[in-house]
Design a protein. Structure first.
Length: 198
């Protein structure tokens, strides 16, 4: 009789635990791994490129009689080699000019350049120095003149997409004894540039 009573008591205690069926066990929370976004690939400047420029020119002369300022614009093309942190290249460009040389009937008509350039990569930008040979044409008193000279300067190009770049360039030109005369011409140009890489 005592055993039956004990069994009934045990059944009474245990049965409520099974009244609702099996008890579900909550799964342990899982932590998804997070990854830092990959750094954007650096720009490879190697290859051909071409574009256009528009700028401002200021012209001075050794005599003070051929001086003036105005606008110029044109096209350029070149090739660059990317060496990792540094870039070298060669470029040709041509500017048609509209620069009246005050006090005379003269004007600066155009400038062509053959450039060498080298610089350093800063993110998506290329900061460079450049120098080379230039040829300028001018009209003075109805006579067309032209002469060879040198130039030097600096610039920056920034890649705004895989193919397109924008930039700016400051150049100083020196033409000694312009077209056999005793007059030296100096020209400073500042241009905005846009280019496409191929």
């Amino acid at each position: 009789m005592i055993k039956i009573a004990a069994a009934l008591a045990t059944f009474a205690i245990v049965s409520p635990a099974f009244a609702g069926g099996p008890v579900a066990v909550a799964p342990e929370p899982t932590v998804e791994p997070t990854f830092a976004p990959a750094a954007p690939a650096g720009i490879d400047w190697t290859g051909f490129y071409a574009g256009a420029q528009l700028g401002y020119a200021d012209v001075d002369s050794s005599t003070g009689t051929l001086e003036g300022n105005g606008y110029l614009g044109g096209i350029h093309a070149g090739y660059r080699w990317d060496f990792g942190s540094y870039v070298a290249g060669a470029e040709v460009d041509y500017d048609s000019a509209n620069v009246d040389l005050g006090g005379t009937t003269g004007s600066l008509d155009d400038v062509a350049r053959l450039k060498l350039l080298g610089g350093a990569k800063l993110g998506n930008s290329l900061v460079y120095a450049t120098a080379g040979a230039a040829r300028a044409s001018a009209t003075v008193g109805g006579t067309e003149l032209s002469d060879n000279g040198v130039f030097y300067g600096a610039g920056v190009n920034t890649a705004v997409s895989d193919r397109w770049t924008v930039g700016a360039e400051l150049l100083q030109h020196d033409f000694n004894d312009f077209d056999g005369s005793t007059i030296d011409l100096d020209a400073t140009t500042l241009s905005a540039k846009v280019g496409m890489r191929f």
